[in-house]
Design a protein around this ligand. Structure first.
Ligand code: TYD
Length: 125
C-alpha cells in the first residue's frame, strides 16, 4: 500500500491514516538489527500488520503455506500488509534500517505460531 506523501523543499511527510484494512491497536519499531540476524520466523493466528521501512531497507520472506515470495522494503512511502496466518521472516536489514510495524491487536503471546509444522497444520485445517 502507498501512503499519501507531501514532498517539498523542506523534506517529505508521509501520512498513514485512511484506507487501512484494520484499526490500529498498537505500533512498535525495530532497529539496530545486525545484518546477519533474522527476525520474525512466525505467523499470527488473528493479528494483521503493516510493515513500513521508515529508514533503510530490509527483506521480507512471506509464506502462506503454499507459496513464498521475497519482498524488498526500501521505500518509506509504502507499507507491506501481512494478513493473519502468513509465515514471515525478516532479514538483510541495512545498518540504518528502522522498521515501523502497525498492528491490529494488542500483544498476546498466544496469538503466535512459532513452529513451522504447526503453521502448516493451521493453514491446511
Ligand atoms: P517478536 O514479536 O518475536 O519480534 P520479532 O518478530 O521481530 O523477532 O518479539 C520479540 C520479543 O519482544 C518477544 O519476547 C516478545 C516481545 N514483545 C512484547 O513484549 N510486546 C510486543 O508488542 C512485541 C511486538 C514484542
Amino acid at each position: 500500500m502507498t501512503f499519501q506523501t507531501i514532498f517539498d523543499e523542506r523534506g517529505s511527510l508521509t501520512v498513514v491514516d485512511t484506507g487501512l484494512p484494520f484499526s490500529i491497536q498498537r505500533l512498535y519499531y525495530v532497529y539496530g538489527v545486525p545484518s546477519d540476524q533474522e527476525r520474525g520466523s512466525h505467523a499470527h493466528k488473528k493479528l494483521e500488520q503493516i510493515l513500513i521501512p521508515v529508514h533503510g531497507s530490509l527483506e521480507v520472506l512471506l509464506d502462506d503455506g503454499n507459496s513464498s515470495e521475497r519482498i524488498v522494503l526500501d521505500d518509506p512511502t509504502k507499507g507491506l500488509y501481512i494478513p493473519k496466518m502468513a509465515w514471515r521472516t525478516l532479514c538483510n536489514f541495512s545498518k540504518d534500517a528502522v522498521l515501523l510495524v502497525i498492528v491490529s491487536l494488542a500483544y498476546d503471546k498466544e496469538d503466535y505460531v512459532r513452529n513451522y509444522d504447526e503453521f502448516l497444520k493451521f493453514v491446511n485445517a
